[in-house]
Design a protein around this ligand. Structure first.
Ligand SMILES: [Fe+2]
Length: 416
């Protein structure tokens, strides 16, 4: 294995990170199998979480042929010229996908929160160039993430990812309707475009790959009868997360984050027990957030739409009871920020709902004069969210990198 840097002991600091950034940008980041890759993104890693985002990281990459082995070598930035730790993963295929690609994935565990790591991926003999990521801090250290939805695989999406990446987020959440491939093998080209655009843009300014949190939307599923994996083959096949469409992670010391399924594979009512359990577990934290596809408070579609009604019937009582800080909503292809809402009324100690799934798709015209709405527009955007022990600050960034809206929430114990 090649050593990462040869001439000096690395120290974890800005100089090292800047060096790494230039190294990564200059790197073509391929190994062995990529020479015959069917797509330019084959062999390039992307990141998700199956476990605690402070201590684990799941690295996944696609190849045309099955590698002899799936391995990652890794180490703390600054720890050693050699990457001393090794993890072994596995390969799989999506049954029936005509291109027969292999999806290769390896989970790193036992990591230290709030640290930069280097890693290389390979087959045990031949390894890629080095990439870097940062684990989520464990305690009160502020965290920043980006979130939006309905990305499609357009130049708008790529521009927005580029602008979000310049903000150095620790992770990026897509709230469903990812590439619009509809779980349809004949639309795999949409995923090819999505990954190409993602890999073009999803390295932070300080040189880290941005982990993905991917929620499910209506465009992840096909109309087949069968298992969840058959109905949403790319969602499960490409993104190792929890193996479910709803799960939760605590990010740092201040944020509980819940991912939900607005009845694309699992009905709202079947997630009530899980939602209550997680909201209760996060009750003592300063902030609780949820992301899901179909909005409870839509900006374009009807307030009386089935998915919105079901969300308000089954989830809203829990959001209110446990003081959900913010609901990240999608599906309507607009920009929106609601008033603070509780018991389906405007309430100073209520929940903020933002969205509305406009991070790559063609924007729609929002409805005006909705009683629950503070602001709407057609602006494509991601939200950049900063969370500390006392404050959650949300800034909407457009594809030019301009911040065009902002909201600040205060910790629940100060809100009452
Ligand atoms: Fe949708």
């Amino acid at each position: 294995m090649r050593s990462l840097y040869h001439k000096h002991n690395m120290t974890c600091g800005i100089a090292t990170i800047a060096l790494a950034a230039s190294f990564l940008i200059a790197s073509s980041c391929f190994f062995g199998v990529s020479a015959s890759a069917a797509h330019s993104y084959y062999g390039k890693p992307y990141l998700t979480w199956q476990g605690d985002p402070g201590t684990t990281m799941t690295i996944t990459y696609h190849t045309e042929a099955q590698p002899a082995a799936v391995q990652a070598v890794y180490d703390l930035v600054g720890a050693s010229d050699e990457l001393r730790h090794r993890a072994v993963g596995k390969s799989w295929q999506i049954p029936g996908l005509p291109d027969g690609r292999y999806i290769n994935s390896v989970e790193l565990t036992g990591l230290t929160p709030g640290q930069h790591y280097y890693f290389r991926i390979g087959d045990g003999n031949d390894f890629s160039d080095a990439y870097m990521f940062r684990t989520i801090p464990s305690a009160d250290e502020p965290i920043r993430f980006a979130i939006g939805g309905d990305t499609l695989a357009t130049f708008i999406f790529e521009a927005l990812v580029e602008q979000a990446a310049a903000e150095n987020p620790l992770f990026l959440v897509v709230g469903g309707d990812l590439s619009y491939a509809d779980g349809d093998f004949e639309k795999i080209d949409r995923w090819d475009s999505w990954f190409e655009r993602w890999h073009n843009s999803a390295t932070t300014r300080d040189g880290c790959l941005i982990p993905l949190v991917m929620a499910i939307g209506n465009h992840e599923t096909n109309r087949l009868e069968g298992s969840h994996e058959e109905r949403a083959p790319f969602f499960f096949g490409f993104f190792p997360q929890s193996g479910k469409t709803y799960w939760a992670h605590q990010f740092g010391g201040n944020l509980g984050f819940i991912v939900l399924d607005t009845n694309h594979l699992v009905p709202h009512d079947e997630q009530v027990g899980f939602l209550q359990e997680k909201l209760k577990a996060y009750e003592a934290l300063p902030f609780r957030a949820a992301v899901y596809h179909v909005p409870l408070y839509p900006s374009h579609r009807s307030f009386d739409g089935g998915g919105s009604v079901a969300g308000r019937e089954h989830w809203l009582p829990l959001f209110d009871a446990y003081k959900l800080s913010v609901g990240f909503e999608n599906h309507d292809h607009t920009f929106k920020r609601t008033k603070l809402l509780k018991n389906n009324e405007i309430h100073a100690a209520g929940t903020l709902y933002v969205g509305d799934g406009n991070a790559g798709v063609m924007p729609r015209v929002p409805n005006e004069d909705l009683w629950y709405m503070e602001k709407v527009s057609r602006d494509s955007h991601f939200w950049i969210v900063d969370v500390s022990a006392t404050e959650m600050r949300l800034r909407a960034i457009n594809r030019d990198g301009d911040i065009f809206d902002e909201a600040v929430l205060h910790a629940a114990n100060e809100n009452n």
